[in-house]
Design a binder for this molecule. Structure first.
Ligand SMILES: [Zn+2]
Length: 410
């Protein structure tokens, strides 16, 4: 972190942290978050213009330099920057789009009411992912308003598209090199734990081909559904137990799950085709192509029990290995140190879900995932986040910003 020879950076890290923490106000955080949750930035269709404008306003007013990048008019992506350009670059990222509410009757709170009850704020996106957006924006505002000297650049990147794969969000930001960060913190619901990376995935479609026949003469056909049944049983008996043995110190074990099934033509026709979708999740060290080959060989062996059938397997274009930042990376150490200082978890963890972090990590930027909220509440009715969780995240982001790009006495 830059020793600036032009002036005496005689303030200590502790002084800078205290100055920034003093600018964090719970009433402001709660009011900002409620206002953001009340904007229905549902994706699809994903018109996030109002939400991005809402986030941009206080940052612009505080003196951040504003840049918008987009490839769709309705999905602007914000980059709000401050600090010198000749130092390290810290980027914080989260998404303002939210998944649809589902059945309104399943909610006991207005999905866009941002109602407060027992210290919780309820609403679609209250956790996923507007809690992270709020915490990042309010942390950045605290840093800016405190006037603490910076030796590097802080970039607040809030994007419009994550819930439909991020192609109009972080993919555009990274693709255009709108920011080239040394460090990235992606805000998702980690319960304010420091996640050094995310699991990879090898989404695989398996198609069994058979031969139709009249349902009354099944011996003349080759039943693709019955063939697929053998494949599924083989995956359950042979592969799933094997995957539980592939562990990693920070992550849940490797896993697989058959999440979709299609097959059959008509009640009295032997089916000639059946298809399943295997949701295969990878720990660091596993390769998507290897995962595909493994599934293929099990499927081919299983189908020998159903003569006349054959199998094809396809890997989705979204396949990718797990990401993992080094524990001794200043980014990881900075965030762990912030958590430790604030009495939060100082143990590294791994994130099970896919996030926008994969775009940054695969572009070569050191990336971690950190944010308030419980991933188990995301995408469900009565989604909520605790006000105390958001406040912890605002403070943790702010302290991390100071530790990574603050200009202080070493
Ligand atoms: Zn999210």
């Amino acid at each position: 972190m830059g020793q600036n020879p032009d002036h005496a950076n005689s303030r200590t890290l502790l002084e800078l942290e205290e100055a920034v923490l003093a600018r964090i106000d719970q009433d402001e955080v709660v009011a900002f978050h409620r206002g953001l949750v009340q904007i229905p930035s549902v994706n699809p269709p994903g018109d996030c213009r109002d939400a991005i404008a809402y986030v941009e306003k206080p940052l612009r007013e505080a003196g951040f330099e504003i840049q918008i990048v987009q490839d769709l008019e309705t999905m602007p992506n914000l980059l709000a920057s401050t600090g010198p350009s000749n130092g390290k670059v810290l980027c914080v990222n989260a998404h303002v789009d939210v998944v649809p509410t589902g059945e309104r009757e399943a909610w006991s709170h207005d999905p866009f009411g941002a109602e407060i009850e027992n210290g919780r704020i309820y609403g679609r996106g209250a956790g996923d992912d507007k809690a992270s957006v709020t915490a990042q924006v309010l942390a950045a505002l605290a840093v800016k308003r405190s006037g603490v000297p910076l030796a590097g650049r802080l970039v607040v990147n809030e994007v419009s598209d994550e819930e439909t794969a991020g192609v109009h969000g972080v993919q555009v930001v990274v693709g255009q090199r709108a920011v080239e960060p040394d460090w990235v913190i992606v805000g998702e619901q980690t319960l304010n734990r420091v996640c050094v990376g995310e699991k990879g995935s090898a989404p695989t479609t398996i198609t069994v081909q058979g031969r139709t026949a009249h349902g009354a003469l099944p011996w003349e056909g080759a039943n693709a559904i019955e063939g697929m049944a053998e494949v599924i049983v083989a995956l359950r008996r042979e592969l799933w137990p094997e995957l539980t043995q592939r562990t990693h110190r920070f992550f849940h074990p490797s896993s697989g799950s058959v999440n979709m099934f299609a097959g059959g033509v008509k009640a009295n026709v032997v089916p000639d085709k059946a298809e399943i979708y295997v949701d295969r999740r990878l720990v660091p060290g596993e390769d998507p192509q290897d995962a595909l080959h493994e599934i293929r060989s099990i499927a081919e062996r299983a189908l020998q029990k159903v003569p006349g059938t054959s199998v094809e397997v396809f890997l989705s274009e979204w396949a990718g290995a797990a990401t993992e930042a080094a524990v001794d990376d200043p980014l990881v150490q900075g965030m762990l140190g912030a958590n430790e200082r604030l009495g939060l978890s100082a143990e590294p963890a791994g994130f099970s879900m896919a996030t926008d972090g994969r775009y940054f990590a695969r572009a070569g930027y050191s990336t971690i995932i950190y944010g308030p909220g419980d991933p188990g509440l995301a995408h469900k009715p009565d989604e909520w986040v605790g006000i105390d969780e958001i406040m912890d995240a605002v403070r943790a982001y702010a302290v991390t910003m100071v530790r990574l790009i603050g200009d202080y006495e070493k």
